[in-house]
Design a protein around this ligand. Structure first.
Ligand code: NAD
Length: 482
């Protein structure tokens, strides 16, 4: 295949106050290709002083950006959508290189990620307000929304483009200025997005990019800085909990998109073609490294064997290999460490009584793990209670729908659930599930126009839709004598 981009031509530096520059220590860290372990690029390490400079630049840019006409902010976001739509292949290739995902997953993410700029270009000019007479008739109640201020945006490696645009687009639409801290595994995609925003006309200081090593102390330092009023975090529940504690010190406003452990229920009477197609997408999209990935499969006794047979055949036919080979459906996991974590979980499942119907093999070279299906998994077993983050389908058999609903809800997570079945029965089950999102007879829910987020320890707040911009706005009430 032809290469759309040489990664060495993509920025590998920090972006602070409208300028690309190396970190002040001159140090760099390697960004690795998970397919073969080679170094894609050496990215700049941000020192604590670089992080301070990024926060200061965002603070200095805030008054002008928040006073910029919504239409002007909107048109900049729209231009970013146009640029990235035209350059979707470049964006996709960068993601394949540093994340390992398949070409199809990378192209799908490029489209999804870019769409947030168009959606929030449209939302920027529709920020809601209210004006009404008080019940006593003594005053006008005027309700407006103000940008919350300097926002720290922290993103994970599994969707390096979409998790960043899902925060950048609403923050900029709302009139906030930002400091973006991408995951250490995937900074090149973030740098490319920032470059696209610069080309779209984002003024200096409005978007800043830092990659501190180590991360924790630098993030705590930024959250302690007076101008920072907002933290929008996507990542693990473990880190999210710690950051909520840090936010508490200065009552920084947090939005948290955290871990999941999604149940997928196949009811009696489900259309099995639809269920297998949906289950394959829900499980294998992004190689299973998705917070939305179906993790706990509860399949009714009456359809269990047929479902397992068809799903096993589908997984056996799945082509695995480097994402740059566009024929491969499943790419690499992000690192050898992640591959080994998945392998250990499967070993534990086996020791706890599960049977491997297909897969169960880690590659010798590169971070690949074969598409796997386990039967005889018990509710509450280690693999059932853990976010797998890999291409492993762990099936629990059930006979009573009420039990399946109770087991599906028996988790500290509540991000998403999937239900397959006759529509009325599936809808009835959907309404009983404690999850921020439920997919009925389909394997994917993500849409920039829909509110994304979870209940319980899967997070706080919503991204996308109309809700997404409200996360970056403060409500202000003005009382005017009538
Ligand atoms: P992670 O929590 O390890 O890292 C996420 C981000 O936090 C990275 O940028 C990382 O550098 C940073 N970080 C790590 N330690 C930190 C610390 N002590 N202080 C401040 N920042 C720190 O998560 P990950 O492994 O990159 O991503 C996988 C997790 O993300 C999974 O649990 C997955 O479910 C979750 N996720 C959730 C959503 C969602 O929308 N709910 C979306 C994607 C991923």
């Amino acid at each position: 295949m032809t290469t759309a981009i040489e990664p060495t031509t993509v920025f590998r530096d920090l972006y602070i106050d409208g300028a690309w520059r190396p970190g002040s220590s001159g140090e760099r860290f390697p960004v690795l290709d998970p397919a073969d372990g080679s170094t894609v690029a050496e990215f700049a390490v941000a020192t604590p002083e670089d992080c301070d400079a990024a926060v200061a630049a965002a603070a200095a840019a805030l008054p002008a950006w928040s006073a910029t006409a919504p239409r002007v902010r909107s048109e900049i976001l729209r231009r970013a959508w146009e640029i990235l739509t035209a350059e979707a292949d470049v964006l996709a290739e960068l993601m394949v290189r540093e994340n390992g995902k398949s070409w199809a997953d990378a192209k799908a993410e490029a489209g999804y990620a870019t769409e947030f700029f168009r959606w929030f270009a449209e939302e920027a000019v529709r920020i809601p307000g209210d004006w009404r007479l008080s019940p006593a008739g003594d005053k006008r109640i005027v309700v407006t929304h103000r940008p919350i201020g300097v926002s720290l945006l922290i993103t994970p490696w599994n969707f390096p483009a979409a998790m960043a645009t899902r925060k950048l687009a609403p923050a900029l639409a709302a009139g906030c200025t930002t400091v973006l801290k991408p995951a250490r595994e995937t900074p090149l995609t973030a740098a490319y997005l920032v470059d696209a925003l610069e080309r779209a006309g984002v003024p200096k200081g409005v978007v800043n990019l830092v990659t501190p090593v180590p991360t924790g102390p630098a993030v705590a330092r930024m959250l302690a800085a007076e101008p920072v009023r907002k933290l929008s975090f996507t990542g693990s529940t473990e880190v999210g909990r710690e950051l909520l504690k840090v936010c508490a010190d200065r009552v920084v406003n947090p939005s948290m998109e955290l871990g999941g452990n999604a149940p997928l229920i196949v009811l009696p009477g489900a259309d099995l073609d639809q269920a297998v197609e949906g289950a394959f997408l829900a499980k294998m999209r992004n190689g299973g490294s998705a917070c939305t990935s179906a993790n706990r499969f509860y399949v009714h006794d009456s359809v269990h064997d047929a479902f397992v047979e068809r799903m096993t055949a589908r997984l056996r036919a799945t082509k695995v290999g480097p994402g740059l080979d566009r024929g491969n459906e499943l790419g690499a996991l992000v690192s050898v460490g992640e591959r080994d974590k998945v392998a250990r979980l499967v070993d534990t499942a086996k020791a706890e009584g599960a049977t491997i119907e297909v897969g169960g093999a880690a590659s010798e070279h590169g971070a690949f793990y074969s598409p796997t299906l386990l039967t005889g998994v018990a509710h509450g077993s280690t693999i059932n209670a853990t976010e797998i983050f890999g291409p492993v389908t762990a099936v629990v058999r059930f006979t009573d729908v009420d039990d399946a609903v109770a087991q599906a809800n028996d988790s500290e997570f509540g991000l998403i659930a999937y239900v397959f079945g006759e529509e009325r029965a599936a809808m009835q089950v959907a309404t009983r599930l404690d999850a921020g999102m439920v997919a009925v007879n389909r394997g994917v829910v993500s849409d920039p126009a829909a509110p994304f987020g979870g209940t319980k320890q899967s997070g706080l707040g919503r991204e996308g839709a109309g809700e997404g911009i409200l996360e970056f706005l403060e409500t202000q009430y003005i009382a005017v004598t009538a």
